[in-house]
Design a binder for this molecule. Structure first.
Ligand code: KG4
Ligand code: ZN
Length: 350
């Protein structure tokens, strides 16, 4: 990302689910700093995210996290030129905390507050570290709430190529982890167990592999795991093998669909974003398949695969740069959140 204009520091705020993220991104210096608070410990005893607890915790964490980021950067709040916050999709209450915080601070500092689409922030995050992928590329967005393949032709220019018809890939990881008696968050726990097992001892389906389109389905996999878990007494080794087979099945389907999308769109770069993008097995399969076909696969740094403030600050900086000189402007004194928000409804300008 290159800029010729004066320095602009964008504060990014992420509160869409169970992570409070705050970051500062400069259009000239790149990422200045970021801080994250994960609510894993808060929700663990309930086996999943409790929305009301999530909102209350965001309220408690935002200001201390902002102070931490400013202190580490030896900056004052007055150095902030704009505030980008996740406006949706996500939990309504959690989003409202971030939006209210962003707008109150923006009012106090007399700067712009800009609502960012959470999935846009994920899909632009690999552009944070050079060399940035060039438009157009295909993005595989795999998070707890979404599994989508998009053609990304430019900022705000997104075409949906395929998506899950039921559970998101991350959701399938979380639900299957629960079935195997693993804690929340399920994805990393299941991946850890899978690393001790071998796929193939149990045979799970590879849903929609031959569907001829780019849609996906993951809820059947979870049902197949239920059948095995109910019918058998699994010792720890068997559990690890089942986890490995589940992970392999998801990774194979995502790899096949992503590469089919790259082929159909005649592009050479695949960007993978969202929490499931942290999965090692998926990365291995994608790397092997991409190597064979001369395709490059790009990820954000591992710490920015899951939710964080840096990707929101970065998306805000990109949008502000794109809007510079246009008559479009972000809202100042009124705001709403968008718990459901279609990524393809976004436009190039603010
Ligand atoms: O992008 P993200 O942090 O939040 C959403 O926007 O949803 O993604 C969270 C999802 C969860 O479902 C989590 O279980 C999954 O990503 N996840 C993983 C791994 N790390 C996080 N799934 C598989 N393997 C992982 N290593
Ligand atoms: Zn996310």
């Amino acid at each position: 990302m290159s800029f010729s204009c004066e320095e602009r520091c964008v504060l990014g705020i992420e509160t869409s689910c169970d992570e409070t993220g705050v970051a500062l991104y400069s259009n000239q210096r790149g990422l200045i700093g970021h801080a994250l608070h994960s609510q894993v410990a808060l929700h663990a005893r309930y086996g999943g995210v409790v929305p009301e607890l999530a909102s209350r915790d965001h309220v408690r964490r935002l200001l201390p996290l902002l102070d931490t980021v400013l202190d580490r950067a030896a900056m004052e709040a007055e150095a902030i030129d704009a505030i980008a916050y996740t406006q949706g999709p996500g939990l309504a209450g959690a989003l409202l905390v971030g939006a209210s915080f962003a707008h109150a601070l923006a009012y106090a500092l007399d700067v712009t507050a800009l609502g960012i689409h959470h999935l846009e922030a994920h899909l632009l995050s690999p552009l944070m570290s050079p060399p940035a992928p060039a438009f157009p590329f295909v993005a595989l967005l795999v998070s707890g709430g979404h599994s989508q393949l998009m053609r990304v032709s430019g900022l705000g220019d997104y075409a949906l190529l395929g998506e899950t018809l039921d559970d998101a890939a991350g959701e399938a990881f979380d639900k299957t982890a629960k079935l195997l008696g693993l804690g929340y968050p399920g994805g990393p726990a299941l991946a850890k167990l899978a690393s001790r097992g071998t796929p193939g001892r149990y045979r799970l389906p590879r849903p929609m592999l031959a569907s001829g389109d780019l849609d996906m389905s993951f809820s059947g996999l979870k049902t197949a795991v239920v059948t095995i878990v109910r019918g058998t007494r699994l010792d720890p080794g068997a559990k690890a093998d089942l986890a490995a087979e589940f992970e392999q099945a998801v990774a194979e389907v995502l790899t096949a669909k992503a590469l089919a999308a790259v082929r159909a769109e005649a592009v050479t770069e695949l960007v993978v974003a969202g929490g499931v993008g942290a999965n090692t097995r998926l990365r291995e399969l994608l790397a092997a398949a991409a190597r064979e076909r001369g395709i490059s696969v790009r990820y954000p740094p591992l710490e920015f695969c899951t939710d964080n403030g840096a990707m929101v600050a970065f998306a805000g900086a990109m949008r502000l740069a794109a809007a510079a000189g246009s008559t479009a402007c972000a809202s100042r004194n009124t705001f709403n959140v968008r718990p459901r928000w279609d990524l393809t409804a976004l436009h190039r300008l603010i």
